[in-house]
Structure formats: structure tokens, C-alpha cells
Design a binder for this molecule. Sequence first.
Ligand code: AMP
Length: 285
Amino acid sequence: MNIVNRIDELRTMLTAEKTNGKTIGFVPTMGYLHEGHLSLIQAARKENEIVVISIFVNPLQFGPGEDFDQYPRDIERDETLAREAGADYLFYPTVVEMYGERPMATVTIHERTDCLCGKSRPGHFDGVATVLTKLFNIVVPTRAYFGLKDAQQVAVVEGLIRDFNFPIELVGVEIKREEDGLALSSRNINLTSDERTEAVHISKCLFKIEEAIASGIIPEVAVAEGRGYLQGHITGTIDYLEALSYPELKPITDVRETIIVAAAVQYSKVRLIDNVIITHEQPRG
Ligand code: AMP
């Protein structure tokens, strides 16, 4: 695995790969890798000849008072995990390499960001879209892999790729969970042990709502019941618990459309997010 810190170096190496006709799968991350990230690398490995992973804790997507400084980092461990998962290139730039002293141009997202994390974290998705625009232009991958754990991000990236005509296929990958159901996240390490124990109820609550909606209960009612359950089982603060259409992220007008039920819970040092997507697809056969 090649570890590259410089943009021009990565460009030269990947241009050579592309000249040889190779397809490139790209997995952007903020590092502190876990099984969720590794499942993205594995998916990219299956479908492409070359796999590029980036590790960059992007300051532009953290608001004032958020956990940019506390965000866990361990590049040596990440190198080993990325190599074992089969990555060919690990791109690990510094903030100055990516942005210079101060970015002159940034990207603004106009839709799908007035709700969920976009509402609670103003400017977050503009920061995400800006760094991804840069990374897409640097790597120019055939396919880019994103986890559905960050489903709003996937919805935003879909619009970004479409509107800016990036010649990239977007691949959304299922959420990887701990055995008890907690969605894997680099941030889980910053939970206290009591918080970690009770955090299981976030996914439990989402699965209950999913089941209720599948059994015909209207989403609004199912979510209200889910909120009661969650409030009764956790000490963290519910930032949001909502059902919306997906990927549009609008109020649900037809229960047959694809629905996301998404939750965010604020703990002492960490904000956790999770979701379920309900597709209403008829079973085949
Ligand atoms: P992050 O390092 O948190 O920015 O995440 C990098 C990528 O990994 C994003 O596309 C995330 O959605 C994805 N990811 C993070 N956690 C999970 C998970 N538990 N399951 C699947 N994908 C994940």
C-alpha cells in the first residue's frame, strides 16, 4: 500500500494507473478505522482494480464547539487496517496541503440540509461538500463508497455528483453494527461506559419504529411512540428523531415512498447518529 501525503504525488500515481485502464474505487474517511470503514474498502476492493482510501479530519465540517480536537486519531493503526483490508493507496494530507492557509472557494448545498444533521450542524454539509469536491477532483475515481450510517451525507453527495457532473458512480453501503445493534462509529470511543451501555436503545428504538411502520402504523404515530421509548431508556438528549422521505428528506406524503427514520443523541462528549431506511419493496419470488 502506498501512503501519500501530497496532492500532486497522488495525482501522478493515479494518472498512471488510469492510463493503464484501471478502475478506481475511492473511500473517503476521517480515520480511526473500524469495521464500517473496512466494509466500504471491501466493497471497493470487489468492484475496482485500484482502491484509494483517504484519511482527513476535515476542519471545515466541524462547527464552533464541536469535537474537531477530540476526534480520535491513530494513523499507525489505520495504516495497518487499511493495508489488511486491501487498499492500494492511503491518502493522508495535512490541513495546509488541502486548504493552504485559507480556502478561497467553497461549496454550498441548497437542498436536503434544512433538517436532521444539517439543521443541528449549520455549515456541516457545505464543509463535507467542499472537501469531497476537492477529493473527487484529486482522485477522479470510477466509484465512490459512502456508508448509509450517514444517510443524509449520501443524499447530499448524490446531489453534488449530479449537479457538478462528476463522472463518478456513488455506492451506498449498509450500516455495520456492534452485536447489540449500536452503529459502529469512530466516536463511540468517547462514550462513557454507562453511555455505551444505554446507547443500544437508539438502534432498538429505530428498529421498533421500522417494525411499527411495516405493520401499517402511520410514521408520525410510530415516531411519537419511539420517542417515548427512547426518552424512557436513555439519559442523553435527543437532538432529533424523525421520519422523512428518502433521499429527498421532505415530510412524508405517501407511506409507499422510501422513508428514513433517523435519530441523533447528544451525550457528554459525543453526538451519535443512526437510521433505518424503509423501502417497501415487495419480496421477490
Ligand atoms: P467517517 O470516517 O466517520 O467520516 O466515515 C467515513 C465513511 O465510513 C462514511 O461514508 C461513513 O458513512 C462510513 N461509515 C461510518 N460508520 C459506518 C458504519 N457503522 N457502517 C457503514 N459505514 C460507516
